[in-house]
Design a protein around this ligand. Structure first.
Ligand SMILES: *[C@@H]1O[C@H](CO)[C@@H](O)[C@H](O)[C@H]1NC(C)=O
Ligand SMILES: *[C@@H]1O[C@H](CO)[C@@H](O)[C@H](O)[C@H]1NC(C)=O
Ligand SMILES: *[C@@H]1O[C@H](CO)[C@@H](O)[C@H](O)[C@H]1NC(C)=O
Ligand SMILES: *[C@@H]1O[C@H](CO)[C@@H](O)[C@H](O)[C@H]1NC(C)=O
Ligand SMILES: *[C@@H]1O[C@H](CO)[C@@H](O)[C@H](O)[C@H]1NC(C)=O
Ligand SMILES: *[C@@H]1O[C@H](CO)[C@@H](O)[C@H](O)[C@H]1NC(C)=O
Length: 459
């Protein structure tokens, strides 16, 4: 996932100048279940106005320039349906989750040649979310559990030991810039997926991979098990000694979420170790991204104050809201710490939803007023933080195969998809061809951004 940064920012600022705020607001009483459901219904409706996948001439689940975001939309919809009971969008959800499945591993050929490991991984998270929330398997097509297994199976084949003694690269293919990097979202993402498969199935293989990815991460500058810093990336050409330490909330959130699942399914001294990790990451995550100085409201600290968040980055605190709510359920001792932050964040988010006389939500919740931007990503994040607060009423934790989950398992899912695995490794490429590929990527991506900017940011 990449691009579409400053372009949307300046365009949003222009919109802000041209339009003034209105009095129309989402009224949210955070202690009232129905009020939260109503708020979520409004933002979910708004986010679905950007989804054309069920209309003639459009492709289910596809956002051509930002393919991974379909998974973010569907995760929000799954949680929305589960915690509110509103089935309005379930057909689109089921059709879209199937349509993008490719050969059962979310590597559909239309997009597979320029995907990152993180892009595919996020669709795997959507699939395991469907299984855990007991969204019934489609009557034909792949089961949700098998799709998560397909992503896992294809990704572990890309575990890269050519440098840094392991780790997932950011990108899948040698021609993508970012192939020479190992980063937290690709590794923390697969860690989370493995931990969730472990809890759902009880199969030891998934637990072994979750432990392995966690342990490897702590040997690199990506994850510190003493300060609980989570960096964004590290470079392979210096043997993963460099640290790209930009602070993104979802990098913290994905390791936290995986650790919460590992805590929940382990016992004895291992469980104690995971609890320490959950608490370490949770404290640092909240101190950084929902500090008391900010009223305890979630904020993407790197880009929100300067109004430089791109579409991806606007989604991060929504993802983190969801992951915090699951953590609170899976690690009961964190409940009293997490819930107040979800409440202050949702209340502030609701106050931001005063745009355009139709409850359009803003980017910066901490302002507690509308800030002029209008994208699907804002509505997804608002939906996520509203729905996250419904755990206070529903208490319906993610299920497993022994506690009500019946999604069909396929332990070999994805194994026949030879196209999903890189055929060339870095050792077979010269640095010249790599540099050339990088330049080509930049040229293509720049042109694409210029064209898509208007379309994606809204007219
Ligand atoms: C809200 O109003 C704006 C401006 O008219 C429009 O572009 C947008 O689609 C509307 N959103 C919803 C959810 O109706
Ligand atoms: C697409 O789904 C939306 C929301 O469920 C619905 O309002 C709309 O009628 C659907 N469009 C088509 C063409 O089915
Ligand atoms: C791939 O593209 C073709 C042609 O546009 C389309 O018919 C098909 O639905 C697409 N598949 C996916 C998975 O997006
Ligand atoms: C699996 O569970 C779902 C959701 O509870 C239910 O709708 C479906 O009928 C179940 N399927 C089978 C085969 O039991
Ligand atoms: C932990 O769980 C494992 C597997 O379920 C079991 O064999 C073991 O006895 C348990 N250990 C403790 C300390 O409860
Ligand atoms: C695991 O999660 C479930 C569901 O929220 C919870 O009831 C249970 O107490 C958790 N297990 C542990 C060991 O905390």
């Amino acid at each position: 996932m990449r691009f579409l940064g400053a372009w949307c920012s300046w365009k949003g600022a222009l919109v802000a100048l041209l339009l003034s705020n209105s009095a129309n607001a989402i009224t949210l009483d955070i202690s009232d279940e129905q009020s939260i459901k109503d708020a979520a219904s409004i933002s979910a409706y708004a986010m679905m106005t950007y989804y054309k996948g069920n209309e003639t001439g459009h492709i289910p689940g596809a956002f051509a320039s930002k393919w991974w975001e379909g998974s973010a939309l569907f995760m929000a919809l799954l949680q929305y349906w589960h915690f509110t009971g509103d089935t309005t969008y379930n057909d689109e959800l089921r059709v879209g989750l199937e349509w993008q499945a490719g050969d059962g591993d979310y590597m559909p050929s239309n997009y597979s040649s320029y995907l990152g490991n993180d892009d595919q991984m996020f669709w795997g998270l959507a699939a395991i979310t469907a299984a855990e929330l007991a969204f019934a398997d489609a009557s034909s097509g792949y089961s949700w559990l098998s799709l998560a297994q397909g992503v896992f199976n294809t990704q572990i084949k890309r575990w890269d030991t050519t440098t840094c003694s392991g780790g997932m690269r950011w990108q899948i293919w040698w021609w993508e810039s970012g192939y020479e990097m190992k980063n937290s979202i690709a590794n923390g993402g697969l860690f989370q997926l493995a931990a969730r498969l472990y809890r759902y199935t009880g199969t030891e293989l998934y637990g072994e991979w979750a432990r392995k990815i966690w342990d490897w991460s702590t040997t690199t500058p990506l994850l510190s098990n003493s300060t609980w810093n989570v960096a964004d990336s590290t470079q392979m050409d210096d043997g993963c000694t460099s640290q790209g330490n930009t602070q993104w909330s979802y990098n913290y959130g994905t390791y936290l979420m995986g650790a919460a699942y590992m805590y929940n399914i382990t016992n004895g001294t291992e469980q104690t170790a995971w609890e320490t990790r959950v608490n370490g990451l949770l404290t640092r995550t909240l101190n950084k991204f929902a500090p008391a100085s900010n009223g305890g409201i979630l904020e993407e600290i790197v880009c929100e104050p300067s109004e430089q968040c791109n579409n991806n980055e606007v989604l991060f605190k929504g993802l983190v809201s969801s992951w915090l709510s699951f953590t609170a359920m899976l690690v009961p001792s964190t409940w009293d710490t997490i819930l107040p932050k979800l409440q202050t964040s949702a209340s502030a988010a609701a106050l931001s939803c005063t745009g355009h006389d139709n409850n359009t939500c803003g980017v910066r919740w901490y302002l507690s007023k509308y800030d002029g931007y209008m994208t699907m990503e804002q509505e997804i994040s608002a939906t996520n933080v509203f729905v996250a607060n419904l755990i206070a009423f529903e208490k319906s934790a993610p299920v497993t195969s022994t506690t009500g989950g019946n999604s069909t398992s396929d332990v070999t899912a994805g194994d026949n998809d030879t196209a999903a695995t890189a055929t060339e490794t870095s050792s077979t490429i010269t640095s010249g061809s790599r540099a050339g590929a990088g330049i080509l990527t930049v040229v293509l991506v720049s042109g694409w951004v210029a064209i898509m900017g208007w379309v994606v940011c809204g007219g």
